[in-house]
Design a binder for this molecule. Structure first.
Ligand SMILES: [Fe+2]
Length: 407
């Protein structure tokens, strides 16, 4: 076995195989060169030799030194990393997405905290101050503009024990993403995000028994539940930092395009576009979130159901935009490929929603190597990499948050 050692580590009894440098140009030095005394070492030092390769099969070993194979492997690994990092755009993108997800998760933590405080304050009759959300809304829109899917993952996968809290944060995320997707000014997106955080604040005045009741509400209970919009408007009247955007979204998120909503039964364009958008985001989150009395619908099922009601209840044009904003296979959901692989959607390409970037979470063959990522856009000519179906998370034993390294 060859080992590279410094001249200081060379001892009589070792056999030099070759040295690093000009050994092969010096005909007076034999190869191999058995070191018989310290004089040999001194002679090499005088010739300026600093490193040599010893052959441990022919002479004594240098136990501290690493073998040439180990060194070569380490150098190769460094080269692979160096070359790979520079030449593999997919690896770079995955690294960036991973960082975005961590940031989005931290922003969601902050939003949960602030919205939780706001709801508690409102319950205690304290004044709501929308300015408390300014920074988190700015951060949220910044990341949405860079990587919308990172925040959408949070709205789809993360939840707290309190339904109103989770729903408020989720609607804030969806609205900020929806506005950004439509190209609205970032300040509008931020305000729409805050509006989402605030939109159901009036529920603090509705008895929990009604909000969490299993089964159908009586007419009286339903009337009371619907009051949350008016309660919210009252709360906003005494609040600081409320903008027109926030007021519209809170007031109109239950109005419906066909005039069947509440509280004013507004019809079509009597409802502000932001109000129409809020209605879509509100319903989508309500039916895709876990509620105490029913299981959540998977995103594609929810969108299909909303499409069925769509012509009547939602502005079709806006609904189509919302679907495009989320993606047919939203980030954080799972799909099955024709080759049997199960992939977790990391990022959608809005111009090609059928070919997102995925992380392979289940293969037909077992593998224990590093995580694999595939940008399905680069697999256009390989039909086995086409998505054939949504893959249900329920009962799959796969935890998307775990795969995304989100606590
Ligand atoms: Fe509501």
């Amino acid at each position: 076995m060859l080992k590279k050692i410094s001249i200081e580590a060379l001892r009589p009894g070792m056999v030099i195989h070759s040295h690093v440098g000009l050994w092969h140009n010096d005909p007076s030095l034999p190869e191999p060169f058995p070191i018989t005394s310290k004089k040999d070492i001194t002679m090499l030092e005088e010739r300026g030799i600093q490193d040599v390769y010893i052959d441990t099969m022919e002479g004594d070993d240098a136990p501290e030194a690493r073998s040439q194979d180990e060194v070569t492997e380490e150098l190769n690994a460094q080269l692979r990393e160096l070359v790979g990092a520079k030449s593999d755009p997919l690896a770079e993108e995955v690294t960036a997405i991973t960082a975005d997800l961590q940031e989005a998760s931290a922003i969601t933590d902050q939003a949960n905290q602030l919205v939780g405080n706001m709801l508690n304050d409102a319950r205690l009759g304290k004044m709501v101050d929308a300015r408390a959300f300014t920074k988190v809304a700015e951060d949220m829109v910044t990341i949405i503009r860079r990587n919308m899917d990172a925040m959408i993952v949070m709205a789809l996968l993360r939840c707290t024990d309190e339904e109103t809290l989770s729903h408020s944060v989720n609607v804030g995320i969806f609205l900020a993403a929806f506005c950004t997707h439509l190209g609205l000014d970032p300040r509008i997106s931020e305000q729409a995000g805050v509006a989402g955080f605030l939109h159901d604040v009036g529920k603090v005045r509705v008895p929990r028994g009604i909000l969490e009741k299993e089964g159908t509400l009586t007419d009286k209970e339903y009337m009371e539940a619907k009051q949350h919009v008016n309660f919210g408007k009252e709360l906003l009247e005494n609040s600081k930092g409320i903008t027109k955007v926030m007021h519209i979204i809170l007031s109109q998120h239950h109005e419906r395009y066909d005039g069947t909503g509440y509280p004013k039964r507004l019809y079509q364009n009597q409802i502000h576009r932001l109000g129409q958008m809020a209605g879509i985001a509100d319903v989508y989150d309500a039916i895709t979130s876990k509620r105490s009395f029913r299981a959540p619908l998977e995103s594609h099922v929810a969108l299909r159901k909303m499409l069925e009601w769509g012509e009547r209840q939602f502005n079709q044009e806006l609904f189509q935009h919302f679907v495009r904003c989320l993606g047919i296979y939203p980030a954080g959901s799972m799909v099955e490929l024709k080759n049997g692989m199960i992939g977790l959607i990391l990022r959608n390409h809005r111009e090609d929603l059928l070919r997102p970037l995925i992380k392979v979470v289940k293969d037909t063959q077992s593998w224990s190597g590093p995580p694999r990522y595939i940008d399905l856009r680069s697999m256009r000519n390989q039909p086995e990499y086409e998505i054939v179906d949504h893959a249900s998370q329920h009962g799959s034993g796969i935890d998307p948050l775990h795969h995304l390294n989100i606590p």
